[in-house]
Design a protein around this ligand. Sequence first.
Ligand SMILES: NC(=O)c1ccc[n+]([C@@H]2O[C@H](COP(=O)([O-])OP(=O)(O)OC[C@H]3O[C@@H](n4cnc5c(N)ncnc54)[C@H](OP(=O)(O)O)[C@@H]3O)[C@@H](O)[C@H]2O)c1
Length: 260
Amino acid sequence: MESLKGKVVLVTGASAGIGEACVRAFAGAGAAVVAAARRRKRLEALAEELRKTGGRVLPLFLDVRDRACVDATLSALSPEWAAVDVLVNNAGLGRGLDKLHEGDPAEWEEMLDTNVKGLLFVTRRVLPGMVARGRGHVINIGSVAGRETYPGGGVYCASKFAVRGLTRALKMDLTGTSVRVTTVDPGMVQTEFSKVRFRGDEARAAAVYKNLEALRPEDVADAVVWAASRPARVDVTELVLMPTAQSGATLVHRGALKGG
Ligand SMILES: NC(=O)c1ccc[n+]([C@@H]2O[C@H](COP(=O)([O-])OP(=O)(O)OC[C@H]3O[C@@H](n4cnc5c(N)ncnc54)[C@H](OP(=O)(O)O)[C@@H]3O)[C@@H](O)[C@H]2O)c1
């Protein structure tokens, strides 16, 4: 295992769910963490909380969809924070569960702008430094939705298929460098994801996780930290994590598991 102490880690979508869990896990492992998202108060509270236990966390307010904002914000980082060793491209969302012919194009734009273009904008800004320094690791949070489709998930799935394709292409582009590339693809994780997808409809969001034990954000963060802490010769290119109760994008068992 390689130590993460003193490494600089940039996590997008750090104000909730998987991203927040990644910030906690990397800070706990001694890394200096740039925690990026739009919700300022949440990031400040997280940074403040972790500072009390010796964590080094820098809140960074940015909307990954806004290329000018990404460029300006990341290029304004001081040298001690700018030399990012690990980039966790996690910011993302689903919107709605409509059939394609009934879907809202504004929601499609939001998903594609965040999940695909946002990932590209941030990576484009951070990766040249990694290549120049001869070290670095890009970890994308994909999804099982990037491996199989499900009804009503067309554009979200397309965005995550894109993440998987970009991860593979990036690995090829980086051949001959020491920069590693990983996609971590979870099944159902209990976060604010469904609340966001259903625009705050708590009952509909709760129904997604009813009678099954979903992954917890910290389970995904564990996998991310594990991939980041392999010896430099090891590139974990793909990791798929499912709740034990889930066997496919649309196959979940609700209720007690046999032997559980
Ligand atoms: N939950 C699941 O079942 C699941 C399964 C597989 C994959 N994933 C993926 O995991 C990632 C994290 O999702 P989650 O489940 O942790 O959801 P979440 O709890 O809703 O967290 C999403 C995070 O993304 C940030 N974000 C959204 N749009 C952004 C933007 N334009 N700019 C910057 N940050 C933005 C949000 O922060 P702000 O609103 O403060 O900006 C928030 O911190 C996503 O890529 C998602 O697709 C989730």
